[in-house]
Structures are given as C-alpha cells and as structure tokens.
Design a protein around this ligand. Structure first.
Ligand SMILES: [Mn+2]
Length: 353
C-alpha cells in the first residue's frame, strides 16, 4: 500500500468573469486566449471557442451569469453558472446525443452551442433545473485517476487574485482530501493556505498509515508548516472504500457532509486555528460509513451552512465540480473567499466524457 505513489492534485483558484453584456464575452475570450496560448495538448482556438459559446449561451438563454476559469496545468477548466430558467427540452436532447440540425440561416440556438462545447471538452457535464444551470468543460490534459473523481470550486473574494482557501486531493487506494481556509483573505491568507497544502504533499507519502494516525500526522505537519503565517483552519478526510469508512477531522470552521441516498451526516469540526499556538490542536477523528455512491462534500465558511445536496434531485450523480458549482452558486456568502470540495468513487454517478 505504502509503495503506491499517490496522485496529488492541488487545483488553482478560479477566476470569475461576470457575463452581463456582449462586451463581457470578448473580455472572457481574450483572457482565455492569453491563459491557453501555446499549451501543447490543446488545439489552438478550442478554449476561446468554448468560452465564447458558454458566455453567449448565458446572455441569450439565461439573462447573463458568470464563467469560472482556472488553468489545469495542461489545459483549462471553464464552468458556466446561471440562475436562468434551465435548459430547454431541445437543448437537453442535444446533450443526450440527439442530432440537432438548425434550419439554414438560423442562429444555432442553445443545443448547438452546448453540443459544440461537449465535442471540444475532455470532461463535460452539466446540471440544470428551475433554479438555473451549471455547465462544466475541461479542456486539454486532465489528471487521470482510476478509482476516484473529484473537483471543486474556489472563488476568491472579488472574483480574482489569490484565494485564502485551498484544497488538495491525494488518491491511492484511499482518497485523502484536504480543504483549508487561511485566516482572512488576500495574499497572506493564500500563503497560509499554501503552507497547509504543503503538509498534505508530505503526508501523502505515508499512505500506509491507518486513517486516524495519518490525520494526526497531517494536522501536526500542517501546524508546523503554518508557524509564522496567519494560520489556517483545516478539514481533512480519509476515505477507505475497502473498510467502508470516511474518517474526518476538522480544526476550525470547515463544514461538510458524507452524502448518500439514505443519510447525510454533517462533518463536525473542533474549534481552533493551526499555526497559532505553540502546540498543535487536538483532533477528534469521526468515522462515518462510506457506501457505494456516497459523496464527500466539504466547504469553507465562505459558504453558508444551509446547503443540502438533497435540494437538487440527482445532483450528486453529476461530476463533482458541477456539484460544487451549484452549491457555490446557491450558498456563497459573498463576503469572503469561498471553496467547496466534492469527491466520490468513479463508476457511481454520471459517466462523463
Ligand atoms: Mn473564510
């Protein structure tokens, strides 16, 4: 077990583009061009085309919205978020694979636009109901994990620049997920969050340890890394699918759930701040059942605590990044950096391509 080199993923924060007028589409397109120019795994123009289609759809069919973007190393992630009336029946049909042939000279329409996005994307998924629509497109290289799928949304206060929130995932036989919130916001909070994420990088190497001991090591390591910074709060979860357990510990204001069809227990954190005191805070790991189809969700305090995936039927079967974007849209407080991390085992939800 300890010989397996875990896949470590620590995504960058998102940048938010508000799409409220035609000129906003151009702003997004130019920013995406700058961020993706010269990426080897990404056909030239694809990211701009996808950005343009997503943003144009927001204007035409939802009265505007926002697009979240982040570089993924070899590519780009784009998430269109709106509070519009939801996708029309023809648009859903086109995403289900039905052929849409617009009349000659007609302006394509939503179905054609999203079908274009889907063809260009390595990962594509969406969720749409009467509270709005979220569309995810990842272009270019994406991390390949066999057993797990994860994602999230991390939007800094103001929509751009460094985020004081951060998350990271290490996947081996178990999934090890960490969400941190550096005290306050801005560059100093981001530096603290980064220090805590480094601790996962170190701890991920000792994957043979039992979850409780591993979490203790992680928290102690993060506490050391955070000395001399502003400090941070942290939630960490080890999911062992063979044991059927999700073991969680939280220090400070991180909340979460292990959501299944039949139960959705809250993940409870102890008060405290890492890096603040001489000695590391005590942890009290809690063990929750992990069943096939379960979804782990963790959120920082930039998200209100009223979120409940059960509000949106079928949501937790969608790509984790879609789940995170829907909950972020509906529950971000708007006064702080806000991040949500979502993970589950592969093969237990919507298969996306
Ligand atoms: Mn916060």
């Amino acid at each position: 077990m300890g010989q397996v080199t875990p896949l470590m993923d620590a995504p960058a924060a998102h940048r938010r583009f508000r799409i409220e007028a035609e000129e906003d589409v151009g702003v997004l397109r130019r920013a995406v061009r700058l961020q993706t120019a010269g990426l080897p795994g990404l056909p030239e123009g694809d990211a701009e085309l996808v950005a343009t289609e997503l943003a144009t759809n927001l204007l035409r069919h939802a009265g505007g919205g926002q697009v979240l973007t982040r570089a993924t190393g070899g590519g780009m992630e784009l998430i269109a978020v709106d509070r519009g009336p939801g996708l029309s029946a023809p648009a859903r049909d086109s995403l289900a694979g039905a052929r849409i042939t617009p009349a000659p000279g007609s302006p394509g329409g939503l179905g054609v636009g999203l079908a274009t996005v889907r063809r260009r994307a390595r990962i594509f998924d969406y969720y749409s109901d009467d509270r709005g629509t979220v569309v995810l497109a990842r272009l270019g290289a994406v991390p390949e994990a066999v057993a797990w799928v994860w994602g999230g949304v991390n939007v800094p206060l103001g929509g751009e620049g460094p985020s004081g929130d951060a998350f990271a995932v290490a996947a081996d036989g178990c999934l090890r997920a960490v969400l941190v919130d550096g005290i306050g916001h801005g560059p100093d909070a981001a530096a603290a969050a980064h220090a805590a994420i480094l601790a996962l990088d170190h701890a991920a190497l000792s994957t043979g340890t039992a979850p409780e001991a591993w979490l203790t090591g992680l928290v102690n390591g993060a506490h050391q890394e955070l000395r001399g910074t502003r400090g941070a709060v942290l939630g960490a979860c080890v999911i062992d699918p063979v044991a059927g357990q999700a073991v969680f510990c939280g220090i400070g204001n991180i909340n979460g759930r292990v959501h299944t069809a039949t139960s959705s227990p809250h993940l409870v954190s102890l008060p405290g701040t890492l890096g603040a005191e001489a000695t590391p805070p005590r942890i009290r790991p809690a063990v929750h059942p992990w069943t096939r189809g379960a979804t782990l969700i963790m959120a920082t305090d930039g998200i209100d605590t009223r979120w409940d995936p059960a509000e949106h039927p079928g949501l937790t079967r969608r790509h984790p990044t879609v789940v995170a974007a829907v909950l972020h849209r509906d529950h971000a407080r708007g006064r702080d950096d806000a991040a949500i991390l979502v993970a589950r085992a592969t093969g237990t939800g919507q298969e996306t391509t």
